[in-house]
Design a protein around this ligand. Structure first.
Ligand code: UDP
Ligand code: MG
Length: 344
């Protein structure tokens, strides 16, 4: 290839809408009261800090009029865009959709409830300009959360570290800044089970943490119950590790060994001392114990088969009901392509 080859596409690139320097992706589920406040705080932080920015709110099936609030916000500032799902798909998928629609050179992901202080974005930007590509916010302390929740979180990180092949930085959540290269890498991951905390760590790239204080939720209540957090934790473990399956295998091997030795013991005892009938309770107990283990192992395999089933169905990750804003720029989102592009 010659070094001085002309670039005929340059004129086209110039006339196309410029990519903003920063995109802010916000998953939104019933946050109508928080959104105007969030936009206000973001505007005052971002003015002067970046040359241009856009905001992408993903309305994840809200029922409190969040979408009309977003429409109003877009009317007063076209940098605020919104994607509205056809129903609630969950925060992880909302983030994936936000990344699909973001066009900035860097993308910040943050919650809508102002628990992630917008001021921390300035530190993220400083680290990004130093050359880090994957910058995660780390909670300074979890004192705002109940002791039980903190205990479970700690246990989860410990189990994940010993089971998974991927290391999770402790206290890192979804509040982070990702360089375009990291975003493209994440978007190229095809899986439907999106444990994004694990995916961010899995893609790698030069990473660093920035501590921040978790603020109080401004309005409304948390959407994550204990049940949801548990199933989230199991999703994380099962999509990053096959160790639970191996546990079943090893338990089986150990029990088989024990039963071989006990069979030999009973055989010898019978040969030497003859038979006697007692032992009924121990028989029942051991039958119950082994059927329990078998059921647990079957259930574990079932969980993985279920996940394989969800992946092979190849359904789109999300369905979009409506897009607000985007200045009619084409949005390329391979995972939601079941619907024709709906640009309003
Ligand atoms: N969220 C979402 N879909 C859901 C649940 C939550 O998009 O099904 C959003 C929510 O609007 C917020 C963020 O995810 O912006 C974090 O949710 P929340 O504050 O309830 O969680 P917590 O901070 O308690 O972990
Ligand atoms: Mg919150």
């Amino acid at each position: 290839m010659s070094e001085t080859s002309p670039a005929p596409s340059l004129a086209v690139q110039r006339s196309a809408p410029a990519r903003p320097e920063l995109s802010i992706v916000v998953p939104v589920h019933n946050e109508a009261d928080n959104l105007p406040l969030l936009v206000e705080r973001l505007k005052s932080v971002l003015t002067g800090a970046v040359s241009s920015w856009e905001m992408i709110c993903v309305d994840d099936g809200s029922r409190d009029g969040s979408l009309s609030v977003l429409r109003l916000l877009n009317a007063s500032d076209p940098r605020i865009n919104a994607v509205s799902f056809s129903r609630n798909f969950g925060k992880e998928i909302a983030i994936a959709a936000g990344l699909d629609h973001a066009s900035g050179d860097a993308v910040v992901i943050m919650d809508a409830d102002l628990q992630h202080p917008p001021e921390t974005i300035l530190t993220f930007l400083a680290k990004w300009r130093e050359g880090y590509l994957n910058i995660y916010g780390q909670r300074a302390d979890r004192s705002g959360e109940s002791r039980l929740k903190r205990g479970f979180a700690k246990a989860f990180y410990r189990v994940f570290a010993s089971f998974g092949e991927t290391e999770l930085p402790e206290g890192a959540g979804d509040f982070r800044l990702l360089d375009r290269r990291v975003v493209d890498a994440l978007r190229a991951l095809p899986e439907r089970a999106r444990f994004s905390k694990g995916l961010y760590a899995w893609v790698g790239f030069p990473s660093t943490g920035v501590t921040f204080e978790v603020a109080e939720r401004q309005h409304g209540v948390t959407k994550f119950s204990f049940r949801k957090l548990f199933s989230f934790a199991f999703d994380g473990l099962s999509s990053f590790s096959t160790v639970p399956l191996k546990v079943a295998t090893w338990t089986g091997v150990i029990i088989a060994l024990i039963s071989t030795f006990s069979a030999m013991f009973f055989l010898l005892r019978t040969l030497l001392y003859g038979t006697d009938l007692p032992g009924f309770p121990s028989l029942i107990v051991s039958i119950m114990f082994f059927s329990g283990i078998q059921l647990i192992s079957l259930g574990l395999i079932g969980e993985y088969v279920g996940r394989i089933f969800a992946e092979v169905k190849r359904r789109p990750l999300y369905l979009i009901g409506e897009r607000v804003g985007f200045n009619a720029r084409a949005v390329d989102h391979p995972r939601g392509d079941a619907l024709p592009p709906l640009i309003r």
